[in-house]
Design a protein. Structure first.
Length: 395
């Protein structure tokens, strides 16, 4: 049980995500699972429990706004072939689909739970989880259901995204006919079951066209789902502009985004969710983080941990480091993108990703004294303590 009131105090760096600049030591009050007050420990209210964090770096819980946990099977041979020069076609997705369809509920749930546990252990407190390795109405609903069941057993906040338009299954007559199935059969079933908060589409060269993506996303919006897109990863297609026009909460990847796309996003509220892990592994170019930030676009950083292009669960500390070392961001910008930016990508501004009165009390004390450790110790920084909703998570 978590105490009704908790006071965390410390003398180290406190990032809200902006650095706390008040009198030391600082204190954070938690009331019934939410932040109640932040300020000098001298002025702190009483509490049922007080925890002293010393010189530890303290940040909001990380928000990983793009992951694919619902699969079984291994495609490491594809990674080796790609690094040896084989082109990426996305065809390996269907290998994962076949393995995932053949898995029992217990096998798939166990795999999902293991991945969610790794995320929590690395300081992630909110995690977006996509389906997309089922590619039939029954299998997509099963994946979303099992994500929900796994999340119930763990102290992590999960946002579910329906990604039936991830690829075209082998049994489909055509991409067009499958897109109709997604829009007219799968989406109504997902909405009726309350199985997802968002709908996503992989809109790119060799995948779903702008017209197919628009049809699916308009159907999703009409059913009350938020919309997001995989876009501009493999080719510059204009998908970013489509996302803006449709009012998408987030457009993800953006490795091929150009100046015109940056300008279009700057005129919108759509978040640019950048995924440096798979971009690095696929050697296909890096997203223009600096240009997006300089244009005033809200940027999120996420892992895109998945079956075929980036397989490291619990990678968000490394993703922050990659944002700083590869994408031209400062460490502060990268950490903000992995907290406030991730919350914006999921429509959770004011609720997650920040230490402020009224927000959910998700907070991490790290085994580091400065945020520069995320870049210096790439992937090796880990939580000393994590609280989700004011309740400490056992390590």
């Amino acid at each position: 049980m978590s105490p009704a009131s908790l006071l965390l105090t410390g003398r180290g760096r406190l990032l809200l995500p902006e650095p706390y600049d008040g009198p030391m030591p600082w204190a954070i009050q938690v009331l019934d699972g939410r932040f109640g007050w932040v300020g000098s420990a001298t002025d702190a209210p009483g509490a049922d429990e007080v925890v002293e964090l010393g010189s530890a770096l303290v940040t909001p819980g990380l928000v990983d706004a793009h992951t694919h946990p619902a699969f079984v099977g291994d495609r490491s041979d594809e990674a080796a072939a790609r690094l040896a020069g084989a082109p990426y076609s996305g065809g390996g997705i269907l290998r994962t689909v076949a393995a995932t369809r053949a898995a029992s509920d217990d096998e798939l749930r166990s795999a999902i739970e293991r991945r969610l546990r790794a995320a929590v252990a690395a300081g992630t407190t909110t995690l977006e989880c996509k389906s997309g390795y089922g590619l039939s109405t029954e299998e997509e609903l099963r994946s979303l259901r099992l994500i929900g069941e796994a999340a119930v057993e763990l102290p992590i906040r999960v946002v579910r995204t329906f990604l039936g338009a991830h690829a075209v299954p082998a049994e489909a007559a055509s991409m067009d006919s499958y897109a109709v199935l997604v829009a007219e059969e799968m989406l109504p079933a997902v909405a009726a079951a309350g199985a997802a908060e968002f709908c996503d589409v992989f809109c790119d060269r060799g995948f779903f066209s702008l017209e197919q993506a628009e049809r699916i996303l308009r159907a999703a919006a009409a059913l009350g789902l938020g919309i997001r897109m995989h876009a501009e990863q493999l080719a510059r297609t204009g998908a970013a502009e489509l996302a803006v026009r449709l009012g998408a909460t987030s457009v993800d990847h953006l490795e091929q985004l150009d100046a015109a796309g940056v300008a279009a996003m700057a005129e919108s509220r759509t978040v640019a969710t950048l995924l440096p892990g798979p971009a690095l592994g696929m050697r296909g170019g890096l997203p223009p983080a600096r240009a997006l930030l300089d244009a005033g676009v809200t940027v999120a950083l996420a892992s895109d941990t998945n079956a075929g292009t980036f397989g490291t669960w619990g990678a968000m500390p490394m993703v922050i480091g990659l944002g700083a070392t590869l994408l031209g961001m400062t460490v502060g910008e990268a950490l903000t993108a992995a907290t406030v930016g991730g919350a914006a990508s999921l429509g959770l501004v004011g609720r997650r990703g920040q230490i402020a009165a009224g927000a959910d009390a998700d907070i991490v004390a790290w085994d580091a004294e400065h945020e520069g450790a995320f870049a210096l110790h790439l992937g090796a920084v880990r939580p000393a303590h994590t609280w989700i909703g004011g309740r400490e998570v056992a390590r």
